[in-house]
Design a protein around this ligand. Structure first.
Ligand code: ADP
Ligand code: MG
Length: 425
């Protein structure tokens, strides 16, 4: 912990690095909530021609971008030297191994050279903590002249210390419903049995030739589409009576659906929905219609988006009621989806349950969320902090003195690193 000016409370500043997929990102986060800097170098243009992330291209691009991105993040936060910070955090999984290695190796080098603790972070836990960040503390957001010198203006909208909380993680690689019993304490309620929601958006966009990445492309096409023209299935849902849940007609024009009973109540499945889109397109083509024609593609996109949102909101609402949660958080790239945000807002406002979605710039991959997760991990589950890692400021001077290069260098990367198991690592 760093003491800032006299009279100000100690502040913990963490440099966070994220390279799990196709964003090279670095950020400096104070006390897990305040974004002092947040740099993201997106590779979208590079991968567009492949219609998806090309892993080898992604890792090579991370190598090219990482040093500049980290230097910019430090400069934005007015950090002259890494040693001024309190810790270094890095995503070590889940993700593409070659991409993860770039961030992890840089973080190891910085930790070894500076003697700072190195905190490995599960990427999914990063998404969870994107909801705990104060968005208006980020550079560029209007700053307030508060006593401690950091813009600490807008706190409403961020998740609170109310537990249990229900977390819906919806990204390109994951779709999970998680019960968060306290900071860094998770219980997996359900997950996708096949494709993740974002993956389904990407694959359907490719079928409809709408462009890449698929989520924003489907959302844009759906704006001029009629979601009622085609009916697509709501996988692992069953028909419900209108009295059980009353969706706003503007959000869902279809009869209410409820989760299935039994073991798949909180699980998801999106692969069949993608196949239903493919079958619909084939049928339209057999009938002589051009499925990729602008209006038809827009109508299919709207119907698909509505089906995904019905499932996501329906299962989240059901789990929130079942477990009596005090707040609901949605996170991951798909949480940027406008219809999902509106549908969830309408439902949870109606039943008076606080709902949090990150601002759009924190929905997709970024390093600020990794810095936030690292702070809470260090505060609530310090056992996972890596090795002896040169604990500073007398926290554990003996461990620091005995730390060897190996303590800094043996951090592994994990292509698959389940959120719930991460406590045990
Ligand atoms: P990762 O899966 O690597 O963690 P992100 O968390 O950044 O990546 O999520 C990326 C996914 O989010 C992609 O599948 C993308 O299509 C999806 N996505 C982004 N914006 C939207 C949107 N507006 N609507 C639906 N999906 C979106
Ligand atoms: Mg992600």
């Amino acid at each position: 912990m760093r003491s800032t000016n006299a009279g100000r409370s100690p502040e913990c500043r963490i440099l966070a690095i994220e390279t799990s997929c196709d964003e090279t990102a670095a950020a400096v986060v104070a006390d897990g909530r305040h974004i002092l800097s947040n740099r993201v170098a997106s590779q979208i243009e590079l991968h567009r021609r492949f219609g998806g992330v090309y892993p080898e291209v992604a890792s090579r691009q991370h190598v090219l971008a990482i040093q500049t991105v980290v230097e910019e993040a430090l400069a934005d936060a007015a950090v002259a030297h890494v040693r001024e910070l309190d810790a270094i955090a890095v995503t070590n999984g889940p993700g593409l191994a070659g991409s993860l290695l770039v961030g992890v190796n840089l973080a190891k080098g910085l930790a070894f050279a500076s003697g700072l603790p190195l905190i490995p972070v599960n990427h999914l836990e990063g998404h969870v903590y994107s909801n705990w960040l104060y968005p208006d503390s980020s550079p560029g957001a209007e700053s307030s002249a508060s006593g401690d010198g950091i813009a600490r203006k807008q706190r409403s909208g961020s998740a609170s210390e109310q537990f249990p909380a229900l977390i819906l993680i919806v990204s390109g690689g994951h779709t999970e419903l998680v019960l968060m019993e306290g900071h860094c304490r998770y219980r997996l309620l359900g997950a996708t049995l096949d494709d993740a929601a974002g993956e389904a958006f990407d694959k359907v966009a490719r079928l409809l030739e709408l462009g890449y990445p698929g989520g924003p492309a489907i959302q844009a096409a759906a704006e001029s589409g009629d979601a009622r023209r085609f009916h697509l299935p709501r996988p692992l849902m069953r028909p419900g009576r209108r009295t059980e849940r009353q969706p706003d007609a503007q959000v869902s024009p279809l009869p209410t659906v409820l989760p299935v009973h039994g073991e798949h109540r909180f699980n998801f499945s999106f692969s069949g929905l993608k196949t239903a889109v493919l079958n619909l397109m084939r049928q339209l083509e057999r009938e002589g219609a051009e499925a990729r024609q602008t209006q038809t593609a827009a109508d299919i996109a709207a119907a698909f988006q509505m089906a995904v949102v019905d499932v996501l909101v329906g299962k989240t609402a059901d789990a929130a009621a079942e477990f009596g949660v005090k707040q609901v958080c949605i996170c991951g790239g798909v949480s940027a989806n406008g219809l999902l945000r509106r549908a969830a807002e309408q439902h949870f406002a109606k039943i008076g349950l606080p709902l949090h979605c990150p601002p759009l710039f924190l929905c997709t991959d970024n390093a600020a969320m990794i810095g936030a997760a690292a702070y809470y991990r260090q505060s609530y589950a310090p056992a996972r902090q890596h090795a002896a890692t040169g604990q500073r400021n007398g926290h554990d001077a003996e461990a620091a003195a005995q730390a060897t290069p190996r303590d800094f260098l043996d951090l592994d990367v994990y292509a698959s690193l389940p959120l719930v198991d991460s406590m045990q690592r």
